[in-house]
Write a new protein. Structure first.
Length: 127
């Protein structure tokens, strides 16, 4: 059983990279469409879809991976008035997460610091 999980993890790496690439692409589009609110909303909707796709790999990854996805999804609950600084911070943490083989507790704390510094309401879903 453990061998099957390890094999599934290694086989999922290219797919996870593709989904992270999709997340980064959606964020680039959102940042580039600052004046076009419809395109910006569509790009952020695509980001939400990509995060849902990432969730499929939650069972194969460490607990922090799932917590990271939930954290970012919580920031996208209301995208109509999401400031550019928030989108830039989300982009930064998506980029950092995509470059790590494993997410750790210190990684999550770093991501939260980045998001808080940009004014993101990271604990909104707890209210």
């Amino acid at each position: 059983m453990a061998g099957a999980v390890i094999r599934a993890k290694s086989e999922s790496k290219p797919s996870i990279r593709l989904v992270f690439r999709s997340c980064r692409s959606a964020l680039e589009r959102a940042l580039g469409a600052e004046a076009d609110l419809i395109e910006r909303a569509n790009a952020l909707s695509d980001l939400r879809d990509s995060l849902e796709d990432l969730w499929q790999y939650n069972e194969l990854r460490e607990e922090q991976f799932g917590r990271f996805i939930v954290l970012v999804q919580g920031l996208l609950l209301d995208v109509d008035d999401l400031p550019r600084e928030n989108i830039e911070a989300i982009s930064q943490v998506i980029e950092k997460a995509s470059n790590r083989e494993t997410l750790t507790e210190p990684d999550l704390k770093e991501f939260i610091r980045i998001l808080l510094k940009a004014g993101c309401h990271v604990f909104r879903e707890l209210l």
